[in-house]
Design a protein around this ligand. Sequence first.
Ligand code: N01
Length: 646
Amino acid sequence: MVETLAAFDQVDPIQATDEEIAAAVQDADIPALLGALAMLTGDEALLSDELKPPSPSMTARIAPQGGMTDGQLARAREIATRTLIHYRDAGCPPVQTTSDEWIDRIVHFLIKPGYEDCLDLLRHELNYPQDVGKPEWILSEIGSMAQIKVAVIGSGFAGITAAHRLKQAGLDFTVFEKNSDVGGVWWENTYPGCRLDTPNFAYSLSFAQRQDWPQQFSQQPEILRYIQLIVDRAGLRPHIHLDTEVQQLAFDEASATWLVTARTSSGKLVQERYNFVITAMGLLNRPSIPDFEGASNFRGEIIHSARWRSDISLEGKRVALIGTGASAFQIGPEIYQQVKTLAVFQRHPPWMLPTPNYHDDLKPGMKWLLRHVPYYGRWFRFWQVWIGVEGRLHLVEVDPNWKHPVSVSAANEALRQECLATMAQQFARRPDLLEKATPSYPPGAKRMLRDNGTWPEMLMSPNVNLVTESISHLSKHAIHTKDGQRHAVDVIICATGFKAADFLYPLKITGTAGQDLHDYWAGDCRAYKGITVPGFPNFFMTSGPNTGVVVNGSAIFFSECQVEYILRAIRHTIVNRHRTIDCKPAPFESYNHYIDQGNTTKAWAVAKVSSWYKNRAGRAAQTWPFGLLEYWNLTAKFSPESYSFA
Ligand code: N01
């Protein structure tokens, strides 16, 4: 039998004893369980005021159980256990379709007062009972032009989201993928320790809500498998051309089509015309390898984190790890015990967010509940999304009246102190390392990394050396630093990040009048809503300029918003018998002004520290400076007045 996306919601009937149920409930995330059980039973008692989670704002840590008191938790567990026993005794009947009013009642119970504006966004994320993000149309019903063909470039999360929605709308589409399988960065990054560092349930697609993630921060193979499952269950494989890299996009004004030129891995040139193009190429996929002086003399191996070489053994070797960003932070702790020596080359240390459960499996009872309680996974995902709506944005806002050499506001200082206190404990026996590992820039100015103590443990290991001197050059068997030290190494791991500033590079894209997109940007990529650029008709981007979230929400939420907006734009164009849609310059300019203003109020823009958030001009060109609701509102409705049509 062919599985569909509905398979993600499947659960097993309960056959446990009363005691086993009670034990599982002890491990539960309680607010989400109350939501799921309320949906299952329609019982008001599960949503009583006395059980409402207060949801305090985030600090470095997230309050467990939405900040519920011990008394609230005990009462909630008692009611939940009783409800589950009753559900088992009734033979685990299927969930009756729940009314929108009752769903809203549950949502209101879970969220804080004052956030009612987020209801539509949250309904979208729960995606129940309807598929909220599904296009409100199908081509055969709005019919017009003989045939509409859409090219999607990339098959990571954004690409498969676009493919799924295009399929739902009945459009003819092709997904071009340069790699030999789907998955994007989750296919490309196979380095040791690669895993999520944002909460996993929220980092999943609203239309494919997996119930049984094994961890809060799952490992790369698990996420790749999820993407592959979606592709199969949504029936997208026949539309995907693997091993085919798009090299050029050229807009032809006469036919109002894009000529897509691609090359297969066997060297075959493919040229096809499409009415619309959607790029889903991600942002962090072109490795940046520093051009070290003397690199050609080095006789050992140089590997980039995102091009891992499983054929190279690190066992007993002298290894250098260059960089201390998110990739290095996952690789180092995973390899230091197998190598002879590890030299970690650090320019700017990262801020670490204390996350004790970072590597942990979900607790057994939690896993059991996710496997047996209908839609518990959905409500748990909802709960994580809800927490991320506010996220830590309030902690990185710049207060112009705050005078401090490092932090940007009182809240930012409190976050800094919280992180420093944890670090002081972790490095208690190595004050020298504490000093070297303490950032001198405000938290939030660069990506903060998840810490369960393994990075400090690694740095304190006798075979690990934290090098803070700059690299001067490489020689046959060593890295030399500017202080004259020679660090003998066999393997160099460059966890040195990506060419994020060269967005859509090396794809050559020419719009009207032969305008080249990279020339137009001149190293400073901008877009309207992160999606369209004037002079490039029928061309849409996902993960585009200024759509990256730093401390709130997930990239997946943004790409879903973008894809749904793009589908609305395509619909509007088709329904109105237009051949082209092109962003007007005025809204493009004012939108970018709004974005730039927003970014100047955030730690990442004011801090004088390097990061991939900023481009060569020093502009924060990747970061979304506002809340999730603002982006939702910008994309939930199509804005035809911002475009010219022909
Ligand atoms: O890359 P980075 P990354 N000499 O650019 C250093 C996502 N991600 O691959 O800080 C010496 O953050 C550079 O130093 P500095 C996530 O969004 C997600 O680690 O610029 N050092 C820095 O330390 C992340 O933010 C996951 O001074 C040099 C490091 O290399 C993004 O990808 C996992 C150097 C580069 O850090 C990028 O992360 C991994 C030089 N010449 C990544 N050049 C998840 O968990 C650079 N550096 C989902």
